[in-house]
Design a protein around this ligand. Structure first.
Ligand SMILES: [Zn+2]
Length: 278
């Protein structure tokens, strides 16, 4: 009986193999579904590590993983953003300490996907997670928010991207809700580079620390970059309290970015996540 079954499976796999092998030279008998598409991917991307991607259409989020081999992580199991639940449990094993300084004369870049402030200066802005030091490299914006809270998106989300010496990444996400004018953003918005590829210098002094308070609480989980190459292993800290910005300020951010530059929420899968007090 077993032999018959084995033979049956062999015959099935043989025909399946021959049916899919005409366009490729691969000799594996698994993952055949992928093979017929390989050629197409290579034509589109030419193995380019920086294949063009967008927030909708042919190069939209559902297609990112297929655009080029370097974006394969975009179909991974531990991706960001995710839907956060206000009822999740606490995590107490993580310690978080921020040391942010005020800065001026820094670069503001419109990269076509977002508007991004590149943080430089003599005094590093650091985030220390369990004694590991991460340096703030840039912050940028999404409208609407990428993470959602109990299924609902906010008007916007700012991402503060920190990198450790070993290349590990920690991102702090801050929800932006429409409301009162935001003083911090009022020193940034006048310098927005309007069009893709534009750069400007923020001559006002800005203080990233003003976005946070000493008693902040965070949603914490392990995820990924929310844009290609969707690298995993990113430590996420999403601030539980939103900041407010006026309708005009949110409009100014949106005007300089692609409409809806937010990746859809990804499956949580088998991940530990929880709340954290700073
Ligand atoms: Zn982001």
């Amino acid at each position: 009986m077993m032999k018959t079954l084995q033979l049956f499976l062999w015959v099935i796999s043989f025909f399946a193999y021959t049916a899919c092998s005409s366009g490729t030279k691969k000799d594996e008998s698994t993952h055949k579904q992928d093979k017929s598409e390989d050629t197409e991917h290579q034509v589109k991307s030419d193995n380019n590590a920086n294949a063009h991607w967008e927030y909708s259409g042919e190069a939209g989020p559902e297609k990112w993983a297929d655009l080029c081999p370097a974006y394969a992580s975009c179909s991974g199991e531990r991706q960001s953003p995710i839907d956060l639940s206000s009822s999740i449990g606490d995590r107490t094993e993580v310690t978080l300490e921020r040391t942010y300084n005020c800065i001026s004369g820094i670069e503001f870049l419109n990269n076509g996907h977002s508007i991004q402030v590149n943080v430089t200066g003599d005094k590093p802005n650091t985030l220390t997670v369990n004694n590991q030091v991460f340096e703030l490299k840039q912050f940028h914006f999404h409208c609407p928010s990428e993470h959602t809270l109990d299924g609902v998106a906010f008007a916007g989300e700012a991402h503060f991207v920190h990198v450790a010496e070993n290349g590990e990444i920690s991102v702090m996400g801050v929800f932006i809700k429409e409301g009162a004018e935001n003083e911090y953003l009022s020193h940034i918005i006048p310098f927005i580079p309007e069009n893709t590829g534009d750069k400007s210098e923020i001559t006002d002094e800005i203080c990233p620390g003003k976005v946070f308070t000493a008693n902040d609480k965070y949603f914490i989980y392990e995820g990924s970059l929310t844009t290609p190459p969707c690298t995993e292993g990113v430590n996420w800290f999403v601030r539980r309290d939103y900041i407010e910005a006026s309708a005009e300020q949110i409009e100014a951010l949106k005007k300089a970015m692609p409409a809806h530059n937010a990746r859809p929420v990804q499956p949580v899968n088998d991940r530990e996540f929880g709340k954290l007090d700073e």
